[in-house]
Each structure stands twice: as structure tokens, then as C-alpha cells.
Design a protein around this ligand. Structure first.
Ligand code: NAD
Ligand code: AKB
Length: 316
């Protein structure tokens, strides 16, 4: 049975990934690293936990030793829009935290999953059918940390056989924990407003397409990649994956099928728009499909239906 440490386990992905990992590998075999509130309800009772600041190597190494950890999911990061306001912090958590995880993984022979992002691409990248291997010249600190993370993770694999694996996540849509300060957060926030019967102020212009994915598919991607046969992996850090691509109008029109009176007005957030404009419209995820059988299950229609069903139960 695997022994897993999730760093940054209380964020948008970590909250649900930890629950999923515990349901597969057993609650006592997944240690949830926490750093700052809010903590999910029942967090400290659900299984082992450890305070971990990814910027400090000792707590990571101590936890790995204490629990005989063999796999680390490193989710600590400062997301794109927030990192642009505090680039030094974005760098220290994104790069410093990853370097600590890599060194611990090397010493204790752990597998390491650290997500990359569509933010690893930039304005010079081909926007449509963005290839797996292409130009990566991002113009955000977040993107720079992601490109560096991909390269240094491949370096640790090639030089020291550290089993590093990663995906370039699109914007993730979910209904458990709120997103943590990214450019794609609007695609979650719009659902909360629709279900509560409030007007949504959209920070991203009509016509701005970005890749998106529903959380259940994102969890499958992380776990299936970490379970994949290493002999089949030509790439490692990081695989393009996607599930859908839409602009705010497409999402709004889909939600209006359930809430015909729902109103959206545009109040463009210049920073988020600038970042969104630099990201691809739609990735080509052929390599992930070929090398570890990646496939998504939710499209815009099925994701919207499920989001509304779940949020109605949560909010009303
Ligand atoms: P989030 O902001 O919701 O959660 C990040 C977590 O990291 C939080 O629990 C926070 O407390 C923790 N953290 C912050 N500083 C820390 C530190 N110094 N030490 C330890 N923990 C610290 O982010 P998320 O959406 O869950 O993203 C997880 C990973 O996935 C990140 O690498 C992110 O870049 C990547 N990603 C997310 C998305 C998305 O849409 N959510 C898309 C692409 C990539
Ligand atoms: C963000 O918008 O910063 C994240 C991401 C796509 O990496 N959601």
C-alpha cells in the first residue's frame, strides 16, 4: 500500500484529492500537510495531518521519515493573479517549495507529483491545438515558476532517477473548496452567483477562450498519472491535458438553461484579462492520451449540470 504526503492539502485541489486518495489507499496512509486556514470541516479528525511550510525542508523530511512516505503530491503554490501582486512570494513557494520537495524525494526515493498549468505557456505559444512540446515564454511570475518546475523536475528524473510526474492543468471547476486567486476562478464563481440568484460580474472579456476541466477529471489525472507504467512515459514534466474550452459567453449561456433569468455583466479585471490573453485557447493532449490513457469524462454540458446539482445541495 502506498504511503502518501499531500502538501498544500487544504486548497481547491488538495481538499478533494486528499479525500479521493484516502478512499483509495486508506485514511491512515495519506498524510495531509496544512499551512494556513481555512481548513475543511473535520480536517484534523479525518486522518493524519502535519503542519508543513513548503519553504522549509525539515518539516517535509521529518514527515516523510515519520510516516515512511513513498509518494508526495506537492500542491503548494501561489496562483497566477495573486503571484503577480507578490512575485517574490510566488517564486519562493513555487520554486523554493518545489526544490525542497525534489531534494526530499531524492533522498527518500519518493515519487513526486507537482502540477504545472496552462500558465506555463505565453503569448508566443501557438494558441490553438497547443502542442505538447512548443514555445514556453510565459510573461507571468506564476508561469515562469511552472516552466522552471517542469525543467528542474525532468532534471531530477534524468540525473537522479527521481520519479517526477506532472500535468499542465487547465482552469479547474469545483464545488467543495473555493479557488485560490487564479485567472480562471471566474468559471467557479459564476456558478455560486447563479445558484444564489445574484448578478455575476465577469472579470474576463467575452471571446477569451481558455482550457477548463471539472475537478473529478483533474483528480483522475493526478492519480492515474502517478499509477501509470513508467516504461510507457516518453514525457514526464508536464503533460498537456484538457477537457473543454469555452469563453464566458458559452458558460453563461449553458448556465442560463437552468436559470433563464440569470444576469451576467462585464467588469473586466485588467490583470486577469492580461494573463488570460497570454494563455492558449485549447491544448492538444494527444501525448497524455497515448502515454497513460488520459481521457476526460465531463464536457461543458455535463459539468454544468453536476455543478448546479451539487451547489444547490450545498448552498440552498
Ligand atoms: P490553492 O491556492 O487552492 O491551494 C494551494 C495550497 O497551498 C493552499 O492550501 C495553501 O494554504 C497552500 N500553501 C500556500 N503557501 C504554502 C507554503 N508555503 N507551504 C505549504 N503550503 C502552502 O491552489 P490549488 O488550486 O489547489 O492548486 C494546487 C496546484 O495546482 C498548484 O501548483 C497550482 O498552480 C496548480 N494548478 C491549479 C489549477 C486550478 O485551477 N486550481 C490550475 C492549474 C494548476
Ligand atoms: C490560475 O488561474 O492561476 C490557475 C491556473 C490555470 O493555473 N487556475
Amino acid at each position: 500500500m502506498k504511503k502518501i504526503l499531500v502538501i498544500g492539502s487544504t486548497g481547491q485541489i488538495g481538499t478533494e484529492l486528499s479525500m479521493r486518495l484516502r478512499s483509495i489507499y486508506g485514511e491512515n496512509n495519506v498524510v495531509c500537510g496544512y499551512y494556513a486556514p481555512p481548513y475543511p470541516e473535520g480536517f484534523f479528525e479525518a486522518g493524519p495531518t502535519a503542519y508543513i511550510d513548503a519553504q522549509q525542508i525539515n518539516p517535509i523530511a521529518d514527515t516523510v521519515r515519520k510516516y515512511n512516505i513513498d509518494t508526495i503530491y506537492n500542491l503548494a503554490a501561489i496562483l497566477s493573479a495573486t503571484a503577480e501582486k507578490n512575485p517574490k512570494l510566488g517564486w519562493e513557494v513555487g520554486v523554493g517549495g518545489l526544490m525542497n520537495c525534489l531534494d526530499v524525494a531524492r533522498e527518500y526515493k519518493c515519487g513526486l507529483f507537482t502540477p504545472s498549468s496552462i500558465g506555463a505557456f505565453g503569448p508566443d505559444t501557438p494558441k490553438d491545438h497547443t502542442p505538447q512540446d512548443t514555445i514556453q515564454r510565459p510573461n507571468t511570475i506564476y508561469g515562469i515558476t511552472k516552466v522552471l518546475g517542469e525543467l528542474v523536475s525532468d532534471y531530477y528524473f534524468k540525473h537522479w532517477q527521481v520519479d517526477t510526474r506532472s500535468v499542465r492543468y487547465p482552469g479547474l471547476i469545483s464545488n467543495v473548496a473555493l479557488p485560490g486567486g487564479g485567472t480562471t476562478d471566474y468559471a467557479v464563481e459564476i456558478f455560486y452567483k447563479a445558484v444564489k440568484g445574484e448578478v455575476f460580474e465577469c472579470p474576463i472579456q467575452a471571446g477569451t477562450f481558455m482550457d477548463m476541466m471539472y475537478m473529478p477529471d483533474a483528480l483522475d489525472a493526478a492519480i492515474n498519472l502517478m499509477e501509470a507504467n513508467p516504461a510507457r512515459l516518453v514525457h514526464r514534466n508536464a503533460f498537456n491535458i484538457t477537457a473543454m474550452s469555452f469563453d464566458p459567453e458559452m458558460l453563461y449561456n449553458e448556465i442560463k438553461k437552468y436559470y433563464p433569468d440569470f444576469q451576467m455583466v462585464y467588469n473586466i479585471h485588467p490583470l486577469k484579462q492580461h494573463i488570460a490573453d497570454s494563455w492558449p485557447n485549447h491544448l492538444d493532449d494527444t501525448c497524455a492520451r497515448e502515454e497513460w490513457d488520459w481521457q476526460s469524462h465531463y464536457n461543458l454540458e455535463s459539468m454544468t449540470k453536476d455543478m448546479i446539482d451539487k451547489l444547490k445541495r450545498k448552498l440552498l
